[in-house]
Design a protein. Structure first.
Lengths: 114, 115
């Protein structure tokens, strides 16, 4: 089964600083990758997805991610974070072995402070 | 916009009780899913369903069952709740037109406490 590894469980960062949240996935012939965000006491919301084509994917709220096939990575970045970006971020991969389900990483908690 | 509604935000149940968690989606999606979310473990798939009356086990089905009598509704059942089932439960749905590339749409979750 496809799997993802989020390399940092917590990332503290100051407001207006850049941030990178790291995600690596297990290799496959073809793969679809997603980043979700979860604000406190809410469900998961799609930030962006990589299906094919350009390796740089832009999402909502100023986030972007770069697909790197050779390094099997899909890191999430934002050039300048806001307090409101404080949330849990999940990387996920489509898994053919479980039908249309997504396999999720364990999450990265982004804490933005003034 | 897709709307996935979970009937309860918070539930408190006693050990041994039978618990029903309900989920409804309004986009005529074929696929529906139940995940549980625990700190440090991320989201783990409990069960999923391809269609009405169809169900498949996910990674952690033990202690759970599901029901899908109508396309829009997917219920998670804890036959005899135990304290280790205290968790956040997330329901999701997905259309099949884009196959594996289609994202999941999530409800807001049900936080279940078993005492």
């Amino acid at each position: 089964a496809q799997s993802v590894t989020q390399l940092d469980s917590q990332v503290p960062v100051f407001e207006e600083a850049p941030v990178e949240l790291r995600c690596n996935y297990s290799s496959s012939v073809s793969v679809y990758l997603f980043w979700y965000v979860q604000y406190p006491n809410q469900g998961l919301q799609l930030l962006l997805k990589y299906l094919s084509g350009s390796t740089l994917v832009k999402g909502i709220n100023g986030f972007e991610a770069e697909f790197n096939k050779s390094q099997t990575s899909f890191h999430l970045r934002k050039p300048s974070v806001h307090i409101s970006d404080t949330a849990e971020y999940f990387c996920a991969v489509s898994d053919l072995s479980s039908g249309y389900a997504l396999n999720f990483g364990k999450g990265t908690s982004l804490l933005v402070t003034p | 916009d897709v709307k996935v509604t979970q009937s309860s935000r918070y539930l408190v149940k006693r050990t041994g009780e039978k618990v029903f968690l309900e989920c409804v989606q309004d986009m005529d999606h074929e696929n529906m899913f139940w995940y549980r979310q625990d700190p440090g473990l991320g989201l783990r798939l409990i069960y999923f369903s391809y269609d009405v009356k169809m169900k498949e086990k996910g990674d952690i089905p033990e202690g759970y069952s599901v029901s899908r009598e109508k396309k829009e509704r997917f219920s998670l059942i804890l036959e005899s709740a135990s304290t280790n089932q205290t968790s956040m439960y997330l329901c999701a749905s997905k259309g099949v037109r884009q196959g594996l590339s289609s994202p999941l749409h999530f409800g807001n979750g049900t936080r279940l406490t078993v005492t």
